[in-house]
Design a protein around this ligand. Sequence first.
Ligand code: SF4
Length: 283
Amino acid sequence: MQCDLCPVRCGVDREIRAGACGVKGISVAKAYLHPFEEPFLSPRQKSGTVFFAGCSLRCVFCQNFEVSRAEKGKPMTPAELGALFRSLEEAGAENIDLVTADHVIPYVAAALKLCRPKVPVVFNSGGYVTEEALGEIDPYIDVYLPDFKFADPFLAKKYTGREDYPAVARKAVSFMAKKEPVFADGQLIRGMAVRHLVLPSHTEDSKRVLDTIKELAGTDVPLSLMRQYTPMGDIEGFPELHRRVTDREYAKVLDYALALGFTNLFAQGAESADPAYIPDWDT
Ligand code: SF4
């Protein structure tokens, strides 16, 4: 069957060979109780995180480069993936956090159909996902956690090759924002939270991203303003990405978010930009 799941619509038969997202079928790079997710997602620091190999958005600076390029990963059937969800839950996971599952939605939906966790299921997305694909996974998802990476199509093309990223992400976030937010004991158990990674040299685009999030989801939406950018990946041709974000750059974006009126804002300290926070991949 020709795959047209994501906006790339490369049309390969995923049962036979890998698509532009880099994987044939579905492949898992790591699953564990991740202690570093935002407190509103896992207040007890036990996020049952599953990292999927491959990605249809090819960010040159990807902070999980080996995983997004599918250099790591173990193929799984939906039954095996369902068993993995169950084992994480039994180990005390306070959610099942599906990291970059945009390009494996039908496989994940099949696994969730077989094994429906009792804890919230979080769909952690790069934002490059169609409304049709989201419609397929939506019945199984409690919390959406999309990135909104770029507002400028030129910047999106420069760093990912996907000029349509801002337009696609707008539609995806509008879709996800329909889930009404519910908190229980400080944990977001239903709804949407948005992440934005502040990049060096691009604070003006970050501001436009914040304008867009406000327009689409209002200022009560939980917003995580990430400053963990660490130079890595395929950035040789992009000297502006060869350093971390400065205090001044991050403060500029944070001040703008506060001025826009975001009330559920999660900020990060400079110490977050450390490769120590990147997991060791299993396979
Ligand atoms: S999900 Fe992968 S195989 Fe399917 S259209 Fe997108 S890039 Fe191609």
